[in-house]
Ligand binder design. Structure first.
Ligand code: IMP
Length: 429
């Protein structure tokens, strides 16, 4: 059985917790896009774990964890994550990195930063992790794949070319920065090669075998639908396709093998970085939710922009990804709000839209159409089942489900592993 998990808003929906819940029952978890711009948090009885590259399933020794071909891997970050796990007594014997995955090279974060600075007021608000430049090089066919680490002669020749002919001229002439010495870079990468060697594999036969044996496979999405390179608020997006289609190309799983797509949504909306955000709250309510929800970026520490739940965004995500089951997370963060609003659609120049407007200059200036609902004003963190939730809270969940067009079968009521309320049949059961 294959399940794709996608973020339905602008990221940080609480995907890490849902992945952890599903990974317990999965045989294999695959990450298929993005890189260490992602940050998934899982809280277990052994404390808090933050993952940027390694699939969260690593905490379950029975679960094979694959960093798929569509991911861009910074080997420095990956090695650090591996050693942090080892320090906490977790041996990542179940980790596999696709030899086709591209690397974020030493120069990519620098170019990310320099390009952002050069954009001035038009900057995108990237994470400066080199993600965009690494994907750009992959498309330009001057990228390095993880498997290249195992081919010293190839690395030597290609690094000399890319650094001397492509990167250094721009660095020196355009940005007035010191050039890179490709030979010392090669030595550094050969060190990484030795350390990463046990994890690097061709993942095609491994994944195909798991499909043949009808194993339970979870495709773990990073980022989210509204950050999708094609369907998000371009150019204020990430450089990969976090939608369901990207999960397939990023892993090599054919569409005919997918059984279910799960959409993860947060009970309100947040966004890091710039770009349109119609239901944004730039008032006290937004500040209260940010504080109560500790809405500061896992990767960059930046305060996240906060807004009401945008059902037009979520419905768009449901349709684009073919979401069959939805998870509504972080509902407890709204516990103390006396009144809640849900954005049901937008109005722009006399027209009503029930989905995000493709033209982002129009999207930026549209007016949200809100529905108002009474809050529940009590703590829901101890709820064990649907009936334990206050009536107003159940009404809110039901209305959200109706508006987005997908059944909400998982509800997040707090940060801990056990703070979940489930409804109906559960995926992988
Ligand atoms: P990049 O992915 O670093 O190029 O950043 C592009 C945009 O995506 C910026 O607005 C980032 O804040 C946003 N972004 C990238 N990764 C994440 C994520 O995991 N969660 C939320 N926002 C993200």
């Amino acid at each position: 059985m294959v399940i794709i998990l996608v973020g339905g808003q602008w990221g940080d929906e609480g995907k890490g917790k849902v992945i952890d819940y599903l990974a317990e029952k999965a045989d294999m978890v695959i990450r298929s896009q993005g890189g260490n711009n992602a940050g998934h948090t899982v809280i277990t009885e052994h404390g808090e774990f933050k993952f940027q590259l390694i699939p969260s399933g690593i905490l379950y020794p029975h679960c094979r964890c694959i960093i798929g071909n569509g991911v861009v891997v910074d080997p420095i970050v990956l090695l650090k994550e591996i050693s942090q796990l080892k320090e906490r007594g977790i041996e990542p014997n179940n980790l596999i990195v696709s030899e086709r995955a591209h690397m974020v090279m030493r120069y990519h974060p620098l170019f990310d930063q320099l390009e952002e600075e050069a954009r001035g007021d038009d900057r995108l608000g990237t994470t400066w992790r080199g993600i965009g430049p690494a994907y750009a090089d992959k498309i330009r066919r001057i990228g390095f794949r993880i498997g290249d680490l195992q081919k010293e002669g190839f690395m030597r020749k290609k690094l000399a070319f890319v650094v001397e002919q492509v990167k250094n001229p721009v660095l020196e002439k355009l940005y007035g920065k010191p050039a890179y010495d490709w030979e010392s870079m090669l030595d550094e990468y050969l060190q990484y090669a030795k350390q990463l060697d046990p994890f690097i594999r061709d993942t095609f036969p491994i994944i195909q075998e798991a499909l043949d044996q009808e194993k339970k496979i979870l495709l773990e999405g990073a980022q989210a639908t509204m950050l999708d390179l094609d369907f998000g608020t371009y150019p204020y997006v990430t450089s990969s396709n976090p939608t369901a289609g990207g999960a397939l190309t990023g892993s090599g799983i054919p569409p005919t093998k997918v059984d279910l797509t799960i959409g993860v949504f947060k009970a309100y909306t947040s966004r890091v970085g710039y770009g349109p955000f119609p239901s944004e709250l730039t008032n006290e309510i937004g500040d209260q939710i940010r504080e109560r929800g500790h809405e500061f970026g896992t990767v960059t520490g930046r305060p996240r922009r906060i807004g009401w739940f945008d059902a037009a965004v979520a419905r768009y995500a449901v349709k684009l990804n073919g979401v069959g089951v939805a998870a509504l997370m972080r509902l407890d963060i709204l516990d103390d709000q006396p009144m809640l609003q849900i954005c049901a659609g937008y109005e722009f120049r006399g027209h009503r839209y029930d989905h995000p407007i493709a033209n982002i200059s129009h999207y930026k200036h549209c007016t949200p159409i809100y529905e108002e609902m009474a809050g529940w004003e009590e703590e829901i963190g101890k709820a064990k089942c649907w009936e334990d939730l206050p009536a107003n809270c159940r009404d809110y969940i039901d209305r959200v489900g109706e508006l987005i067009g997908a059944p909400i079968q998982l509800v997040g009521t707090g940060p801990r592993r056990d703070q979940f309320v489930t409804r109906g049949p559960q995926p992988f059961d």
